[in-house]
Design a protein around this ligand. Sequence first.
Ligand code: S3P
Length: 172
Amino acid sequence: QARKLFSYNIVLIGFMGAGKSTISDYLSTMFDMRLVEMDQEISERQEMSIPDIFATYGEEYFRNLETELLKELQTGSNCIISCGGGVALREENVVEMKKNGRVVLLTASPETIYERVKDSNDRPLLKGNNNVEFIADLMEKRREKYEAAADVVIQTDDKSIVQICEELITKL
Ligand code: S3P
């Protein structure tokens, strides 16, 4: 039986490629916590890839699925929630996260993000736009909302997974 270490959820937010999935995965193993990768969960429930959901039903539909899932998850605790990059942009989602979660924002420079996502095909927002300029522009548009939602901010450029996790635990 795993020991319950956290009475709240740890919610990871940030731009595509900020490291949310990688860090969540590591933390959940480290603390034996349940992990929910929101994109993956939505994709499994819909039996469709994220790009297919966007292409078939549109972004708004996807955003509504995110809100629904987040609400469901905040009824529990001791869970690591890895959000898609757009989740923290909706005010009602942020209210939901805060109910039972500590919100951790992972950041990185546009150059770092580009290096991490340049070979990715599963991000509809970057389709045809996968370059540093587009990333920098979208990041700037989102920055204020990300920062407003965060309880803890961790810059991830040039840090190892272990360093990031240590910093996160210290700051939580
Ligand atoms: C999105 C980020 C993606 C995914 C969808 C939209 C966004 O998740 O939810 O493509 O709006 O930033 P990742 O942040 O895991 O790439």
